[in-house]
Ligand binder design. Structure first.
Ligand code: MEV
Length: 446
């Protein structure tokens, strides 16, 4: 099978059948998926090497977003998330985006900022110039502290000096702009900051303060655009153009109100974080960067906005995205490694593009639901499926039991057990709409 991310009816088949489909498309062997994803990919002995005071491991579901096309390439995107409907919503929205050609993404070079704070500075006026006059030597010396990265084609690209606070603070901040290639880069840029702080302090007649990366990595952004044909947005009750206008209204609300912008951005991070976690990256770093970037002009703003352009709804997202495809957790976590293998990407920038695209898809799904039915209806339908599974439904029974308890507005474990029993007894292929369940329920309730 050619590489595709389109699998109609994927949700209806069993977990082993889904693995087989994904294996055909991505080339990742089914037994590798069974080993790495079977129970979270980590045992307590391995976990004991990650963090301290380990008692065990804590698993979360790993699903895949479908229909995702980024810069012309299809990806089956692993997502780790505990919230029902996030994976389905992203897949559904990605399908609408696909109808308009998929996500187009521009990716910045992987530049991280290493900060050296200089305190008790005696030469506030001349200090910045003294540092910048020696830029070449300082960059060369800084690069000596990270020879592996330099060998891989990365390294320090530039130095900037900032004065912050008032003269009474006597403070300067030096930024090393470090190209981290395929690494997220936290350790690398911390190494640079620690290696260079004494020399910088002596140049400005001050003392070194903090030496650490900045998570506001605004030189390492991705910009995603998608153009959805408005007809794709239609629901059973609303025409496409009406839905598109509702989504633009949702965008304006977020642009005008930080209270709404926070929730709008949470919807974006639903998708982003799930990909970041699945691929073994630091989601706290991505969250910190995203929200700091959202507030960069002094007012908290939405990371993505939506506009109507003729027959298209156009979404645009810009967000810093510091992700790695080498080092860190990836070295030791088999599930994270396999998740990355499934994506089949050439460099970390591509991973950033995919994570951000799934973020924009999640946002589209959320604002479309909010502009139409509200989100509870979709949530309930999905919740019904997990209740059906908890009641013992298997294979095709899951959908039938779920449809039935949704129709009867009885999404409870008891309701699902009753529906399952009836389904099995009656031999009816569909209970929903057949009236069997409703009649039986009336008898039970009486
Ligand atoms: C829920 O996880 C996310 C939403 O609240 C996002 C939004 O309101 O845009 C639905």
């Amino acid at each position: 099978m050619a590489r595709t991310s389109r699998f109609p009816g994927f949700y209806k088949v069993t977990v082993p059948e889904r693995r087989a489909l994904v294996s055909e498309s991505t080339g990742v062997p089914v037994d590798h998926m069974a080993n790495a994803f079977g129970s979270g990919g980590l045992n307590p002995e391995a976990a004991d090497k990650f963090v301290e005071n380990v008692l065990g491991v804590y698993a979360l579901p790993l699903g895949v977003a479908l229909n995702v096309r980024v810069n012309g390439h299809d990806h089956v995107v692993p997502m780790v998330v505990e919230e029902p409907s996030v994976v389905a919503a992203a897949s559904n929205a990605a399908k609408m985006v696909r109808a308009g050609g998929g996500f187009q993404v521009e990716i910045d070079e992987p530049i991280m900022i290493s900060q050296v704070q200089l305190i008790e500075v005696d030469d506030l006026e001349g200090g910045p110039a003294a540092i910048l006059a020696r830029k070449g030597e300082l960059i060369a010396r800084a690069n000596k502290s990270i020879p592996g990265l330099v060998q891989r084609g990365g390294g320090v690209r530039d130095i900037e000096v900032r004065r912050i606070g008032t003269p009474a603070d006597r403070m300067l901040v030096v930024h090393f702009l470090v190209d981290c290639r395929d690494a997220m880069g936290a350790n690398l840029v911390n190494t640079v900051a620690e290696a260079m702080s004494d020399e910088l302090a002596s140049l400005v007649k001050g003392r070194p303060g903090l030496r650490i990366l900045s998570n506001l990595c605004d030189r390492r952004c991705v910009r995603v655009t998608c153009r959805v044909p408005v007809a794709e947005l239609a629901t059973d009750d609303m025409a496409g153009p009406e839905v598109a206008d509702g989504i633009v209204n949702a965008s304006r609300f977020a642009e005008l109100d930080p209270y709404r912008a926070a929730t709008h951005n949470k919807g974006i991070m639903n998708g982003v974080d799930a990909v970041v976690i699945a691929t073994g990256n630091d989601w706290r770093a991505v969250e910190a960067g995203a929200h700091a970037f959202a507030a960069r002009d002094g007012v908290y703003k939405p990371l993505a906005i939506w506009r109507r352009e003729g027959d298209f709804l156009v979404g645009r997202l810009e967000v810093p995205m510091a992700l790695g495809t080498v080092g860190g957790t990836l070295r030791v976590h088999p599930a994270a490694r396999l998740a990355l293998e499934m994506l089949s990407i050439a460099h970390a920038g591509e991973l950033a593009a995919i994570a951000a695209s799934v973020g924009l898809a999640s946002n589209l799904a959320a604002v479309r639901a909010l502009a139409t039915d509200g989100i509870q209806r979709g949530h309930m339908a999905l919740h019904a499926r997990s209740v059906a599974v908890a009641a013992g439904a298997i294979g095709g029974e899951v959908e039938r039991v779920a449809a039935c308890i949704v129709e009867a507005r009885d999404i409870t474990l008891e309701g699902a057990k009753r529906a399952l029993e009836l389904l099995r007894q009656s031999g009816e292929s569909e209970l929903a709409g057949s009236g069997v369940y409703a009649r039986a329920r009336r008898v039970d309730d009486a």
